[in-house]
Design a protein around this ligand. Structure first.
Ligand SMILES: C[S@@+](CC[C@H](N)C(=O)[O-])C[C@H]1O[C@@H](n2cnc3c(N)ncnc32)[C@H](O)[C@@H]1O
Length: 287
């Protein structure tokens, strides 16, 4: 059977993805090749030659990606911390920048035994599950309003629990509900949230506009509707000294912190940059 250099197939994939306007054509080409070959991307140099059927399978997936279907919908998974979760139509694709919020939370919870953690707007369950994986002693609650997203979160939670992680507690709920998780009032060590935060009407990439659920992305005219509810919820749920971390749009570097500063019970409000130097998430502590 004829074999071809993988390098050439990846170069062709990169060319197609560049022409389609994909943001990171080389990385996506390599990740799709790794997916087809069932190896880690870093192992691709160990596969110099591939057969024609592999090249054809890769080409089909590249054409799909060129239609701006998210890479993670094609591979079926997305990473966070030390875990991966299954994703697909009907649920928000977890983004790399949310890793920063996870790392911050894990650092803040160091030295807190058996922490109670609440992940609001959990989507696929990714933050809650990554936290539970890193902190097996934690009691992790996760809240989601959308039934499709909740189904993905259930599937991921079941898979992680089957893998030996401490099970998380999934709740169908709305962050706007003043009685949400009322039994946990004043007892939570950390409230985490990556909410919808894009101002309505903001142009977005096709991957987002056509594939992420609208309610997972947009949040009112200024993009802060969900964050206002999260701040109210966190102020009620946190114990004294407990922490909150909320991801936000890069245009919210001042407005999101202002919402937390406006709460007498919250202190130590700090905004954090992402790896590109853009304002990305805000944290505070319950006074
Ligand atoms: C940006 S996605 C984040 C998902 C996940 N936390 C992540 O980082 O991948 C926001 C999620 O919030 C959910 N959501 C939006 N409004 C909500 C509300 N009022 N109450 C609860 N969940 C809500 C959406 O359905 C969506 O799954």
């Amino acid at each position: 059977m004829t074999r071809q250099p993988l390098r050439l197939a990846v170069m062709e994939a990169e060319r197609i993805l560049t022409k389609a306007g994909v943001d990171s054509p080389r990385v996506d080409a390599e990740l799709l090749a790794a997916h087809v070959l069932g190896v880690e991307r870093t192992r691709l140099p160990l596969v110099p030659l591939v057969d024609q059927s592999t090249v054809e399978t890769l080409r089909q997936l590249v054409l799909e990606r060129a239609k701006r279907v998210p890479l993670q919908h094609i591979t079926g998974w997305a990473p966070m911390g030390a875990i991966t979760v299954d994703v697909g139509p009907g649920v928000f694709v977890p983004r790399p920048e949310t890793e920063l919020l996870l790392e911050w939370a894990l650092t803040a919870l160091r030295g807190v035994a058996n922490p109670v953690v609440v992940d609001l707007c959990t989507g696929s369950g990714v933050l809650a599950l990554a936290l539970a994986n890193a902190r097996p002693d934690a009691v992790v609650h996760a809240v989601e309003r959308d039934t499709n997203a909740l189904a993905w979160a259930r599937r991921n939670a079941d898979a992680r629990a089957a893998d030996g992680d401490t099970p998380i507690r999934l709740h169908s709920g709305d962050i706007a509900d003043p009685g949400l998780l009322i039994d946990l009032d004043s007892s939570v060590d950390a409230v985490l949230c990556n909410p919808p935060y894009v101002p309505a009407g903001t142009p977005v990439q096709p991957e987002v506009g056509e594939h992420d659920p609208e309610a997972a992305v947009f949040s009112g005219a200024d993009g802060l509707d969900a964050i206002r509810h999260v701040v109210t919820c966190a102020a009620r749920l946190l114990r004294r000294g407990g922490v909150v971390a909320i991801e936000h749009d890069d245009s919210h570097g001042e407005t999101a912190p202002a919402l937390l500063i406006g709460r007498r019970v919250l202190t130590d409000v700090v905004d954090h940059l992402d790896l590109a130097g853009r304002p990305r998430f805000v944290t505070a502590r319950r006074a």
